[in-house]
Design a protein around this ligand. Sequence first.
Ligand code: BGC
Length: 820
Amino acid sequence: MNAPRENASAVDEKKLGSLLEELTLEEKIGLLTGADFWSLNAIEKIGLQKVVLSDGPNGVRGTTWDERDTSLLFPNPSALSATWDPGQVKRAGALMGAQARDKGIAWLLAPNINIHRSPLGGRHFECYSEDPLLTAAIVAGFASGVQSNGVAVTIKHYIGNESETDRMTYDARISEKALREVYLAPFEAGVRAGAWSVMASYNSVNGTSLTDNRRLLSEVLKGELGFDGAVVSDWFATRSTAASANAGLDVAMPGPQGPWNEALVAAVRTGEVAESVIDDKVLRVLRLAARTGYLDGFAVPAPSTTPADAREQLRDIAARAMVVLRNDGGVLPLVGGSINRMAVLGPNAALLTAQGGGSAHVNPVHVISPLAGLREAFGGSVEIDYQEGVSTQRILPAISAEVARDPETGEQGFRVDFVSADGALLGTERRLASRLVFMGTLPAGTTEVRMRTEMTVNEAGTHQFSVSGPGRYSLRIGAAEPHAITLTSADNDLIENLVKPPEHRVSAKLMAGTVGVEMRVALPDFPMAMFGLNHQPPGAASDDSFAAAVEAARNAEVALVFVGTTDEVESEGFDRADMRLPGRQNELVSAVAAVNPKTVVIVNAGTPVEMPWRDEVAAVLWAWLPGQEGGHAIADALTGIVEPGGRLPTTFPAVCADAPVRSTRPVDGVIDYAEGSMFGYRAYEMASIAPAFPFGHGLGYSTWSYEEITAAETESGAVKVQVSVRNTGVRTGREVVQLYLGGEGTGGNDPLRLIGFASVIVRAGESATAQITVDRRTLARWDESAAAWRVADGSRTLVAARSAADRRLTTQIALKDSAA
Ligand code: BGC
C-alpha cells in the first residue's frame, strides 16, 4: 500500500504529459544527464529553464567553490538533530531554502539522512542520529522548511551509505528487518513529508549497486512508498546504461559526459530500455521543475529571500543545539560580575572548526571564533588571557588575504593566471584565498595555474611555506631559486584529496618587510582541481605555549579549554581511524584541570570523541561544529543568554572499543550489518556497557522531576501518552521528554527503543505536561515472514526518560495483534 504523502505539492499532471509529448527522444534523454557539473539542460520550446543544483547540507554552496561566492554556514546536521526540535530544524531549513532562492538554486542536495552506525563514520557529522525515529522527525522538519520556500530537498544517500571506506564499491549486507526498521525509516519519513528528490548512493545493498537497484528504487521507493519525485545519482555513481535506466534512476550526474546520453538513446532504439521508462523519468524531472518554479505555465513559489536577521537565527539555533554534558556545582552559566580573570585556552578558541570537510563545505563570509565571541560578551569587564597551548593542524595555515597584495595592481589578495599548454594566458582572477578549488570551472584548456602575491612578513626568521594538493609545482620565495615539487595523492577519492591534500614544505629565512611568492602548478587530469599555498611564521605552538596555557589557567578564576577536531578529521571521503582528539589536547585538558578547579571544556566537534578527562573537569559543553556564528553562540551558551538545551542524538562511548559497531571497513568488499537493529543505545543496554554519555543526555541549565505518566489507546489504535514534569531549578528551562518502549522481542527482552518525544518550556518551580502520540506504525515491528509491519499481542512498558539511561516513570499498555 502506498504511504500517504502529506505535503507533496500537486502538479497539473495532464499539462506535464502534454509537454512531454512535444519532446524528441534526444531532447528527453538530454534532460537526464547534467549540462555540466551542477545544472540540467534548459528546453526553451516547452518553457523549461535551467535547473541548478547545489550541495548542502551545511548551507547552499552554489555552483562554485570560491571564497568570493559566500553562503550562510549553518551548525552541522548532528547539531540540528541535537535540538530534538523539528520546529527549530524547520526554521533552519526555511533559511537555507531562502538562500537557495537568492542563489538561483532549485535543487538542494541535502539532507544527509544516513544513520550514525559507527562513531568512526567519516560523514557522521553530516548525518542526524543513530536512532531512526529521531532522524525521521528531523528530516521531516528540515524538508518542510526548505521546500516551504519552493526549493527541492534531496534525501540522501539512498541507502546503506554509513561508511566512507571504499564508498564507491562496497556492498552493505543488510537484513530486510534492519533495512525496514532502521535504514529505510528516515527515507520513508522524508517521502511522507513530501521530499521532491532522493539521491541514489555509490554503494551496493545486498549485491546490487544502488544506481542499478530496481528493487530498492522502483519497487520499494517509487512503488511501496509512493515517491513521485526524481532520483538523482550521487556524483559519478552511475556505472551502467540500460541497467540503471531500467532500475529507476532518473538523472545521472554530473554531466556533460556520462554513461547515458547517446548510449541511452541507442538502448531505447534497440528496445533494451522502453521509451515509457524514459518518459517516466522526464515527467519526474519536469514535476520537480514545476514545483520549484522553473517550468513556465505552473504556479511559481511565493517570493522568498534571505531574511535580514539570518545571522541572528544561525547564532540562536547553534546555541540551542549545544549540549551540557557535565556541570558540577553549577559552574555554568558563567556570571560576568563574579569573574575578573578568565583563561581561554586551546587550539579551537582562536580557530573554530565551523564545519566538517567534503562536498558539504561552504564558504562563509566570516567565522566568529570563540575568543572573539567571548571578548564581545564580556567586554572590558573580564581580563581574558588567551593561549593556544597545543596545535592540531596537519598542514600549514593558508595565507590570509590581509597580508597579501596582487603584485601587478597592489590590491589585496592573490593574482591567479590560467595558462594553456602552449603558454597562452587564458584568464586572470584576483582571489582572496590561497587555497583554491575548481569544479569544472577552470577556463577551457587550462593546464597550468600560476598564483603570485607580494606578502607582508612581520617577523624576521625562518618561515615555513608549503604547497598542497596533487600536481607538479614550482615554488619561488623572494629571489631564491624555485623549488620543484611533485605531489601525488595517496587515494583517488576526489574528496579525500580535497580535504587531506598531500603537502610539501620548504623553509625560507626572511627579513621583516615584503616578499614576492610565486607558485606554479601543472594540474593532473582530474575532474576537480585543488591546490594551495600555505605559510607559517616563526614561533608557532610549541612546548612553551603548553606551559603558558597551564600558567594562565593557574592564575585565572575560570579556565575555558577549547578542544576539538578539524575538517581533516571529520570529513567525507574517509572514515576516522580512532576517536581521539588530535595532538596533545587531552594532555592539555588534564594539565589545566590539575591547576584550576573551575575548568570548563568546550568540545568543538561533530562526532563523538574520547574524553578521558571528563571526570577531572567541572563542566563540559559540547558545541558541535556550530557554523559561522559559532563563537557568538558559544558565548551565549556559556553565559546562559540562551539555554544550551541540546540532547545527544547519538551515544558517546567512553572509549572507542566500547562502541558496539566500530569497523567501517569492508571485508572482501562487504560491510555486514550483522548487528541488525541492535546498535547504538540498544546494543549498549544489551551488553550492559555504560557509555561516557548516553543517547538523549543533556543537562540544560535546569533540574527536573518527573511526576506522572498516563497512557491511553485511541480509536485509531494510536497510544496517547501524557507525562507531567516539574522544573525544580532556578531558571526557565526546556525539557525534552523522551518516550521509550520496552517489552518487545522474545520474552519481552529486547532493549528499549525510542518511540516518541516532546519538549516543554517551563518556568522555575512550575510544571507542564508533555503530550506524545505514538501511531500504530511506530508501535509495530517488521515481520519478516509476512513481509509486513505488525504489532504483536502483549503487554509493553512505556518509559518516560531524560535519556536512554536516565529513566524516570513507567506505565504498562496492552496491545492487540494487528497489521500496521
Ligand atoms: C557526495 C554527495 C554530494 C555530491 C556532489 C558526492 O561526493 O557523496 O553527498 O552531493 O558529491 O557534490
